[in-house]
Design a protein around this ligand. Sequence first.
Ligand SMILES: [Zn+2]
Length: 141
Amino acid sequence: MLQQFYPQVPHTFRFELNKDMHLAAAHFINDEHAGACQYTHGHTYFINVTIAGDELDSTGFLINFKDIKTLIHKRYDHSLLNEHPEYKDVNPTTEVVAKQIWETVQTHLNTLTNNPTCLQVLVRETPTSYVVYRPKPEDLK
Ligand SMILES: [Zn+2]
């Protein structure tokens, strides 16, 4: 998946987990500068989430792969992104979607006792266009 392209994040954690997902969703960019993208259209989004940490939970997971899919795929698959509350006041551009996915994943990780961290979110919107979002150290407090 992702055309076998996985950008690496330098880190010193013991474990690194990557989850690939793809989902079908529509969006529009509410700005005349967006050209044809201001009209509702669809994409097959390819998403890769990188999570790392030093400790596993009592099951032996850094995080259950299924929980990541539930958080992201279940929320956005076959939906109009603009209708989600998090995109009420901001356009669901690839950049914004990547940042929002990071926030959703990290908010969930913050509830886990083994303290994993989401180091990177990659969102590929088309075969030729993708965005990588990486948090700043101060975002992880
Ligand atoms: Zn688009």
